[in-house]
Design a protein around this ligand. Structure first.
Ligand SMILES: NC(=O)c1ccc[n+]([C@@H]2O[C@H](COP(=O)([O-])OP(=O)(O)OC[C@H]3O[C@@H](n4cnc5c(N)ncnc54)[C@H](OP(=O)(O)O)[C@@H]3O)[C@@H](O)[C@H]2O)c1
Length: 335
């Protein structure tokens, strides 16, 4: 086969187009990976909807998460990778500073060709051996959401065993990793969701309980049931921050990495009088990624797979995410 299929975003806001492209040859320092599974992130949906802001590099293959087998490398020195099962680290050119990425940092999948394709070329520095405790689908689900969750809790959230943690919107792909990682680290975890069913599923994964964020009194109800929180990790923002600041202890930490509901409405007086520590985070460095992969293996974390769609049915997969029907990661089967 000299061509491969790829789901390409030609124009922001328009459906993806399945294209056939010529299989590229890796240059020095690069690897050609034959992808078997990819996973959807909300970023892909924002891009598909034209809601991601400035997007240089279109048309471009979407996708940040992938599992596959290394088929070729560009340099003799990297030959040992050939035949290896790998996950791809989707932070490109993070830079030297673990505290924050440098100016060249990019997320795999626009402007660099992403993982919603049979083949991808990436620098060998982005290759990591897939965790042995995971199936190919599970491994594909891990990179972007896993590293974001791990950095949120441990690097930015300074989570300690025994602390009380609130994770909002538990149906989300990243939220599910937050839950599993926080439980494995010995925290007491509470969740919010639009759905009681998703809360019940979270309890089976070790959450102590949860409330529906659709109720106007969700924060009061939560504090009544759980007491106050040391840490909240949120990616919904919007009007939810009033309730979160209510639910946090004085001196509590709010770590955030997204704004699914739009810009946060910050209850300023509450936030400063309670000395709330608001910390942003995004994805992670190579060190975060390595630590996350090790954590997943040490604690035998099994990612929650919501559903698997063939690559050709990516629009259906995106619709499922857009409607918030998922609990966990939506996977694309490629080959
Ligand atoms: N900065 C970064 O590095 C980074 C990394 C990962 C994700 N993100 C961002 O984080 C967000 C989540 O990403 P994802 O890939 O995990 O998305 P996802 O799988 O689509 O999950 C989104 C979840 O948001 C929750 N949600 C919706 N409305 C909510 C509300 N009013 N209050 C609380 N939760 C609400 C829903 O939870 P329920 O289904 O339980 O209702 C939904 O499942 C997106 O905005 C994404 O762009 C950023």
């Amino acid at each position: 086969m000299s061509t491969y299929k790829a789901q390409v975003l030609r124009e922001a806001g328009k459906p993806l187009v399945l294209e056939h492209r010529e299989i590229p040859v890796p240059k020095s320092g690069e690897a050609l990976v034959h992808l078997q599974f990819a996973a959807l992130n909300h970023r892909d949906l924002w891009m598909r909807k034209g809601a991601y802001g400035n997007m240089p590099g279109l048309p471009c293959v979407l996708g940040s998460d992938g599992f596959g087998i290394v088929e070729a490398v560009g340099s003799e020195t990297n030959k040992s990778w050939i035949g290896s099962s790998v996950v791809i680290f989707p932070s490109l050119d993070w830079g030297e500073n673990d505290l924050a990425p440098g100016p060249a940092w990019r997320i795999l999948g626009v402007p660099d060709a992403g993982t919603f394709a049979e083949y991808i070329i990436v620098p060998v520095t982005q290759l990591f051996a897939a965790p042995k405790n995971l199936s190919p689908e599970e491994a594909a689900s891990l990179p972007l959401a896993g590293v974001t969750a791990h950095r949120s809790l441990f690097q930015r959230g300074n989570l300690k065993a025994g602390e009380k943690v609130l994770i909002t919107g538990i149906g989300g792909g990243t939220a599910q990793f937050l839950l599993q990682f926080a439980v494995a680290a010995g925290a007491e975890v509470w969740v919010t969701s639009r759905s009681q069913e998703k809360i019940e599923a979270a309890k089976k994964l070790g959450a102590k309980g949860g409330v529906l964020y659709t109720s106007p009194s969700w924060a009061e109800d939560l504090v009544k049931a759980a007491g106050s929180f040391d840490l909240c990790v949120d990616s919904a923002a919007g009007s939810g921050w009033a309730g979160i600041c209510e639910a946090l202890k004085p001196g509590g930490r709010l770590v955030f990495f997204g704004a699914t509901r739009g810009a946060p409405e910050v209850p300023m007086r509450k936030a400063f009088f309670k000395q709330i520590d608001i910390r942003g985070t995004a994805m992670g460095s190579a060190r975060d990624f390595r630590e996350m992969l090790s954590f997943v293996q040490v604690h035998n974390i099994k990612p929650v797979i919501d559903s698997v769609f063939p690559l050709e049915q990516i629009e259906d997969a995106m619709q499922r995410m857009d409607q918030g029907l998922q609990t966990g990661k939506i996977i694309l089967k490629i080959s």
